[in-house]
Design a protein around this ligand. Structure first.
Ligand code: FES
Ligand SMILES: [Fe+2]
Length: 373
């Protein structure tokens, strides 16, 4: 392991309490070796959202995705069981399933026609008689662990990962009373940002610090002084009482209820809730200097098309404001003028949690031996 990576990791003190803490160093946002280590030790080891349950409701329905750089397929079997596999043919490695989503009774590889059942078993291998020692029963698609929670389907590439419930920790119980199961998916929008994925997460986790400055419309419906930040396990909940305001009509009309709820689950999934409304954000690295953020919009009343459109537009405007600042931050992180920053004790506990969890995973990923040597 190159010592530079060890040095980079050593330059962040994950034991420092919030009052003494610095952010993770700028190098972690721009260094290719850190990005690769993240892929291996964060994205390939954690539970990652790979689909919505509504996409996999019917037997035979499937979704293909990339998980930590690996092609996977998630499918609902005829026995109703949810399964996931590496989408890699055991013959010569072609992608077996080539559509993004659909319904199938069997998966047939487009290259030489090998076919697999929805349970991954090899069903057919044309012209393969006489191949010595070929173990048909051992030549099915390689399984990936998959579980569901609320409307989400999550998978992990780590065979020894703790079950999803352990990974989610207190989050599941904290969200349960909010009844998100009553909300229905309406629309997906995907954004490409010219910033490291962690810049987007940091921005999300600054405890509303940027809201009065960057999101004037949103700020008008939140009671900023009462904005609360709670951290536990691998999640952060930011919540705020809502106030009636005539300042921004579209925001006031579409962001209602007693309280705004913003949940983040380490490392890259967010759920934002108002009355009758939820959007989820999945932040995916796309190289060291860019990321993709997938927004899924859910509503309680899917028949209120006009109002829902207005609501999505409000969400998009807030995101546009975030995108511009995140891209400016990424440019700044490349500057020789910047090394690391301090954290607001009042506001930035979520960011501190994120940085500590990340540092812990990266250090574990480098290996105990390498780290202690
Ligand atoms: S690679 Fe799939 S059948 Fe040959
Ligand atoms: Fe924001």
């Amino acid at each position: 392991m190159p010592s530079t990576l060890l040095d980079l990791l050593a330059s962040y003190d994950d034991q420092a309490p919030l009052e003494h803490a610095f952010t993770i160093p700028a190098s972690w946002y721009v260094d290719e070796a850190v990005a690769e280590l993240e892929r291996q030790s964060v994205f390939a080891r954690s539970w990652q959202v790979v689909a919505r349950a509504d996409q996999l409701a019917q037997p035979g329905s499937f979704v293909t995705e990339e998980l930590a750089g690996e092609p996977i397929v998630v499918v609902r079997g005829n026995d109703q069981q949810l399964r996931a596999f590496y989408n890699v043919c055991r013959h010569h490695a072609a992608a077996v399933v080539t559509e993004d989503a659909g319904t199938a009774s069997i998966f047939r590889c487009p290259y030489h026609g090998w076919s697999y059942g929805l349970d991954g078993a090899l069903k057919g291998a044309p012209e393969f008689e006489g191949v010595c020692g070929f173990e048909r029963a051992q030549s099915g698609l390689v399984p990936v662990r998959v579980e569901s929670w609320e409307q989400f389907v999550l998978a992990t590439l780590d065979p020894s990962a703790a079950p999803l419930a352990d990974f989610l920790g207190g989050l599941a119980a904290r969200i349960a009373p909010l009844d998100i199961g009553t909300l229905h998916f309406v629309e997906r929008r995907t954004y490409s940002l010219k910033c490291n994925w962690k810049v987007f997460v940091d921005n999300y986790l600054d405890g509303g610090y940027h809201v009065p400055h960057l999101h004037k419309g949103l700020n008008s419906v939140l009671d900023y002084r009462q904005y609360k930040i709670e951290t536990e396990d691998r999640y952060c909940l930011q919540s705020s009482p809502m106030v009636a305001s005539g300042e921004d009509a579209a925001t006031a009309a579409t962001r209602t209820g007693d309280r705004a709820w913003y949940f983040w689950q380490y490392p890259n999934f967010m759920l934002n809730l108002y009355r009758g409304y939820m959007d989820t954000n999945l932040v995916l690295p796309d190289g060291v200097d860019s990321c993709k953020v997938v927004f899924d919009f859910y509503f309680q009343d899917v028949s209120a098309a006009e109002r829902n459109r207005e609501s999505i537009a409000v969400g998009e405007r807030v995101n546009d404001e975030d995108v511009a600042i995140c891209e400016a931050v990424q440019r700044g992180l490349h500057s020789r003028a910047y090394g690391a920053g301090r954290l607001s004790v009042r506001r930035e506990a979520g960011e501190h949690l994120f940085h500590r969890l990340l540092a812990r995973d990266l250090k574990a990923g480098l290996g105990q031996a390498a780290w202690s040597s």
